[in-house]
Design a protein around this ligand. Structure first.
Ligand code: FAD
Ligand code: NAI
Length: 509
């Protein structure tokens, strides 16, 4: 009984501790400290984008050292790993968005934010042209921002490889708007299929959900979609449910090519058990408003053209370079051989320039285009810029003290000045010894449906591969801990509980 009483007290105290801490974090969040005003006399650092790379940089940066200006058409940070869950309403979209102004308000030095698209970069004049492409326009829609230092973190756009009909007929899955569009379309297909006296062939087409691209985006979305069907649509619209089908099309011989062989096999078996039709060695060549046309490589090596009718088509075939990045690459001779983005050196400086850095999906540094890489690059640049600012301030102080000593002009007594100079030089030596960027891979994870996930985790000096329900719990806790803010974490947990308890909301907005 005594042990029980102690266990109870301990639990009570832990709960109280967690609640107290959460309350304290929320209080700090709602009551940020006064900010130092921007100093236009300091170097102007312009940051393009509010994605993984740029936000990691801004988080790390001591903003009081620069005149920081952020430009992005998106005034929020998006936690992309949970985006596939928004397509079915497992998570509501606002739970994985964090307003960038809230992030910037917590910095010590004030930061200027412009919701705009950078439309071109003139690296010779050192100016960025910005355009307001939002729905509501004022008298000024275009402007220029001069910079001393520029960070390009604009990410990538969706690859279509110029395949006809893709842009016009399919949904992508990169932005919050894409997830909302997919969510609406799923239910539109279902309700149209259930229309009075709907034609048989039409029901089959409308209930056929096709996903092109068997990378992590395609696999995670297919898994989420099948869950939505099994757990909700089937119960609420039983009359058409036998016709519901998800097909995953991949050009290569297997899905999730970047994962280990063991996990690829596990994923493909699990997807088949979930009744997802996997069509590998199938390359989509053309898309119309109701069909995809693909070339299938048969086991004997011959090729066959097939036409697949669909109701919803989600296109997830990876990344392509954004126009602004292409334009900058074309202006810099040293970038002429680069195809996949801005080639950078080991300090992430864009090759052929001195004051432009690139991070994340728009940079080519020899790593995969993932959030993990982008965040580590942003973090590295934040430290680099902090060090550069410290170096400048120490050098200025040394210069000031040396001049005083030379002129014997009052101020700090010579002995003290000499001591201070020595200490500053020691510090400078340490600061200047900055190691180049090195990426540390922590592993890859993907949700594969029916409360299972796969993970290739880097463990000490080796790799640890696992798949199943325990990995799913690990996947959930890992991504929950990585959410940007306490607010995001609380909202995501509530969404998970809500969709488990009441089912996903199938209303079509
Ligand atoms: P983004 O995060 O894409 O940010 C780019 C920013 O630039 C945005 O704010 C955008 O609005 C802005 N921008 C665009 N054009 C302009 C312009 N002209 N001017 C100014 N700003 C501009 N990676 C993982 O490691 N783990 C995962 O689990 C994972 N899951 C994913 C799930 C999905 C559905 C998707 C699509 C991707 C996922 N990724 C994941 C990949 C990861 O999201 C990207 O690698 C990461 O977002 C790249 O970060 P970034 O900062 O380069 O670009
Ligand atoms: P991807 O580049 O990883 O995969 C795209 C797939 O589409 C490839 O396997 C390719 O063979 C296939 N493909 C291309 N053209 C095709 C065609 N015409 N027909 C059929 N198949 C075709 O792209 P994805 O999944 O969008 O991921 C982009 C990046 O984001 C990757 O670096 C990925 O690692 C990362 N990411 C990571 C996630 C995670 O870790 N859980 C989740 C989502 C994305």
């Amino acid at each position: 009984r005594r042990t029980f009483r102690w266990a109870w007290r301990l639990t009570y105290l832990s709960v109280l501790g967690v609640l107290g801490y959460t309350g304290y974090v929320i209080y700090l969040d709602r009551n940020p400290a006064e900010q130092l005003e921007r100093d236009p006399n300091k170097k102007t650092l312009v940051v393009l984008g509010t994605g993984w790379g740029s936000v990691a940089l801004l988080k790390k940066l001591d903003t009081e050292n620069y005149n920081v200006v952020v430009v992005s058409p998106r005034n929020y940070f998006l936690f992309t790993p949970l985006l596939p869950s928004c397509t079915t309403g497992t998570i509501e979209h606002r739970s994985i968005m964090e307003p960038v102004r809230a992030i910037l308000r917590h910095k010590r030095g004030a930061v200027q934010f412009y919701e705009a698209e950078a439309s071109s970069i003139d690296h010779e004049r050192k100016v960025v042209k910005i355009t307001d492409n939002s729905e509501i326009k004022g008298a000024v829609v275009e402007n220029e921002i001069p910079y001393d230092m520029l960070v390009v973190g604009v990410g990538a756009e969706n690859a279509t490889f110029g395949i006809p009909g893709v842009r016009e007929n399919s949904c992508f899955l990169k932005e919050i708007g894409d997830a909302q569009r997919i969510r609406k379309k799923i239910m539109d297909c279902v309700e149209t299929a259930a229309f009075k006296d709907q034609k048989d062939a039409e029901i089959n087409r409308l209930m056929h959900m096709v996903v092109v691209g068997g990378g992590p985006t395609g696999v995670e979305f297919a898994g989420e979609l099948q869950d939505f069907f099994e757990e909700d649509i089937k119960k609420l619209v039983p009359e058409i449910s036998p016709r519901f089908k998800v097909t995953l099309i991949e050009a290569l011989p297997n899905v999730l090519p970047s994962f280990s062989k063991q996990l690829i096999d596990y994923t493909e078996n699990t997807l088949r058990e979930e009744k997802i039709d996997i069509k590998t060695k199938t390359m989509v060549k053309k898309v119309t408003s109701e069909t995809v046309e693909a070339e299938v490589v048969k086991p004997d090596g011959t090729k066959e053209r097939v036409v697949i009718p669909y109701g919803l088509l989600v296109w997830a075939t990876g990344n392509a370079v954004r126009p602004i990045v292409k334009d900058l690459m074309s202006r810099i001779p040293a970038q002429k051989d680069s195809r996949r983005g801005l080639a950078v050196n080991e300090y992430l400086v864009v090759q052929g320039t001195r004051d432009i850095w690139a991070i994340g999906d728009c940079a080519v540094a020899g790593y995969a285009p993932t959030a993990q890489v982008a965040a580590q690059e942003g973090n590295f640049l934040g430290s680099l810029f902090n060090n550069m600012a410290k170096t400048e301030s120490h050098e200025n102080r040394i210069h000031e003290l040396s001049s005083q000593m030379n002129l014997q002009a009052g101020g700090t007594p010579p002995a003290e000045a000499a001591q201070e100079i020595e200490a500053l030089e020691r510090r400078l030596k340490k600061i200047r010894d900055i190691k180049p960027f090195r990426y540390t891979h922590q592993g890859s994870m993907a949700y594969i449906g029916s409360e299972k996930a796969v993970a290739d985790v880097s463990w000490w000096n080796g790799n640890f591969a696992s798949g199943g329900s325990m990995t799913y719990l690990f996947w959930r806790s890992a991504y929950l801990s990585m959410c940007f803010s306490t607010r995001n974490r609380v909202l995501v947990v509530l969404d998970w509980l809500k969709s488990k308890a009441f089912g996903r909301d199938i209303s079509r907005e």
